[in-house]
Design a protein around this ligand. Structure first.
Ligand SMILES: Cc1cc2nc3c(=O)[nH]c(=O)nc-3n(C[C@H](O)[C@H](O)[C@H](O)COP(=O)(O)OP(=O)(O)OC[C@H]3O[C@@H](n4cnc5c(N)ncnc54)[C@H](O)[C@@H]3O)c2cc1C
Length: 390
C-alpha cells in the first residue's frame, strides 16, 4: 500500500464523519493529509439511526444519493403514552443512508487532496522528536507512518489518543448500548416525524426510537443497564402497546448494534501533535446520543487548526489548544446542558415522566426555559429535579 510508505503533515485515524471532515479541512488548508480507516469499506458497519440536522452549514448539498427522508419534527411519548409534538428548526433535518453518506464525506476529503488508506488499522502511536509514528497494520504487515499531527477520530472505542497521554477510554456505564432493526412495512404516524419513547421499563436510562427512512424505518433503542441486553429490550419494544399495531407487519432487513458515549466531553482534546475528535472526544449529545453533526463540525475545526499549525510550523500543545477553544465556544454549553437534562430525566420514575409530559403540553414549538419554569414551579413533585435550573 503506497500511501502507508510516505510521511505526512497530518494523519487522521478513523473515516467516520469526524475523521473525514477533519481530513477535508486539513487538506483544504494545504497540509499533506492521510485518512486511515480500519474497515474495508468506509461507512460499514453502520451503528446509527442515521438522523442528521440540515447539512447546509457544511456546504454539503442534500443529495438524493444519500438522503432517504426529510424530517420536520418529532413526537416524544411518555410511558403511559402522553404525546408531545415538537416542531422547531433544531428538530428538522434528514435521515440518511450512512453507508453512502460516510463514503461521500471521505470522497470529498480525497477530492480536497487527502490520501486514504482503507483496511488499515492504527495500532499505536510512538513519539520521535516532535513527530509521531503511527504504527499501522495492513493485510498482516505493519507500517510506520510518520506525521507531525495525528487527529484521533477513532470513535467510541477510541484508544489512539491514549498513547499520547489523553484520557479517551469510556467506562461501560458511560456508554449507551444500542440495538436497532432497519424494518420494512412500518406504519408511521407521520412519515416525516421521528418518534421517541421514554420509560424505565422500555429503555432504562435511554429511549427507544422509530425514524422513517424512505421505504424503511430505523427501529431501535439505547439503554444503560446491567440486567438485560439492548437486543432483549428491543424485542420487548416491538411488542409495546404504543407501537405493536404499527409494527405487526414489519420485517427487519438489517440489524445494527453499537455504543453511544453519553458522559459528556473528555477532559482534554489536544496535546503535542494530537487532536481528538467526535465520539472519541465525547462530542456527542449526552441526552439524545446525536453525534454526527458535532463530529463533523469539530472534525472540520480540528482539520483547520491542524492545517494552520503546519503553515505556522508549530504543532505544540500550546498552539493546538486553539482547537479546544474553538470547539468549546460553539458546542460546550450545549453538551453540558444536555448532560444535566439527561441526569435529571434518568432520576424520574415513570409516573414523573408522565407528569412531565402533561406539564409540557401537547405541542412544543420551542423550549422556552422561562415558560417551562412557570409551569413546573407549581408541581412540587417535578420541581425538585429542576430547582437547579431556576
Ligand atoms: C445505534 C446508534 C444510533 C445512533 N443514531 C444517531 C443518529 O440518529 N444521529 C446522530 O447524529 N448520531 C447518532 N449516533 C451517534 C453517531 O453514530 C456518532 O456520534 C458518530 O458516528 C460519530 O462520528 P465519529 O466520526 O466520531 O465516529 P465513528 O462514526 O464511529 O467513526 C470512527 C471510525 O474510526 C474507525 N476506527 C476506529 N479505530 C480505528 C483504528 N485503530 N484504525 C483505523 N480506523 C479506526 C472506525 O472503523 C470508524 O469508521 C448513533 C449511535 C448509535 C450507536
Amino acid at each position: 500500500m503506497k500511501e502507508l510508505k510516505e510521511s505526512y503533515d497530518v494523519v487522521v485515524v478513523g473515516a467516520g464523519p469526524g475523521g473525514s471532515c477533519a481530513a477535508y479541512s486539513s487538506a483544504k488548508k494545504g497540509a499533506k493529509t492521510l485518512l486511515i480507516e480500519k474497515s474495508q469499506e468506509i461507512g460499514e458497519p453502520v451503528r446509527c439511526a442515521e438522523a442528521i440536522p440540515f447539512l447546509e452549514d457544511f456546504g454539503i448539498e442534500p443529495k438524493e444519493e444519500f438522503i432517504r427522508n426529510k424530517i420536520v419534527g418529532g413526537y416524544l411519548f411518555s410511558p403511559s403514552g402522553y404525546r408531545i409534538e415538537i416542531r422547531q428548526d433544531k428538530a428538522q433535518g434528514y435521515v440518511v443512508e450512512r453507508k453512502i453518506f460516510d463514503k461521500y464525506l471521505a470522497i470529498r476529503a480525497v477530492k480536497a487532496g487527502a490520501k486514504c488508506s482503507i483496511k488499515s488499522t492504527a495500532l499505536r502511536l510512538e513519539r520521535d522528536g516532535d513527530e509521531w509514528i503511527v504504527v499501522v497494520e495492513y493485510l498482516g504487515d505493519e507500517y510506520e507512518v510518520r506525521s507531525k499531527i495525528v487527529i484521533a477520530a477513532d470513535g467510541v472505542e477510541s484508544n489512539i489518543a491514549e498513547y499520547a497521554g489523553l484520557k479517551c477510554k469510556k467506562k461501560p456505564l458511560e456508554v449507551c448500548s444500542c440495538a436497532e432493526f432497519e424494518m420494512v412495512n412500518v406504519k408511521f404516524i407521520n412519515n416525516e416525524m421521528m418518534e421517541f419513547y421514554f420509560g424505565n421499563d422500555i429503555a432504562p436510562k435511554g429511549y427507544a426510537w422509530i425514524f422513517p427512512k424512505g421505504e424503511t424505518a430505523n427501529v431501535g433503542l439505547g439503554v444503560r443497564d446491567k440486567k438485560k441486553k439492548a437486543i432483549d429490550y428491543l424485542y420487548e419494544f416491538l411488542e409495546y402497546n404504543l407501537v405493536k399495531d404499527r409494527l405487526d407487519k414489519a420485517t427487519p432487513i438489517e440489524f445494527k448494534v453499537g455504543g453511544a458515549p453519553v458522559s459528556g466531553p473528555i477532559e482534554k482534546t489536544y496535546t503535542d501533535g494530537v487532536l481528538v475528535v467526535g465520539d472519541a472526544a465525547g462530542q456527542i449529545s449526552p441526552l439524545t446520543g446525536g453525534g454526527i453533526y458535532l463530529a463533523m463540525d469539530c472534525g472540520f475545526i480540528a482539520g483547520e487548526v491542524a492545517g494552520e499549525a503546519i503553515k505556522n510550523k508549530n504543532w505544540s500543545e500550546e498552539y493546538l489548544k486553539v482547537y479546544e477553544d474553538r470547539w468549546k465556544e460553539r458546542h460546550y454549553n450545549y453538551l453540558i446542558s444536555h448532560l444535566k437534562y439527561r441526569k435529571i430525566l434518568e432520576k424520574m420514575d415513570d409516573e414523573e415522566l408522565d407528569e412531565l409530559a402533561k406539564t409540557l403540553g401537547e405541542k412544543l414549538d420551542d423550549i422556552d426555559l422561562k415558560k417551562f419554569i412557570k409551569k413546573i414551579i407549581v408541581k412540587p413533585k417535578l420541581l425538585k429535579y429542576f430547582k437547579d435550573l431556576i
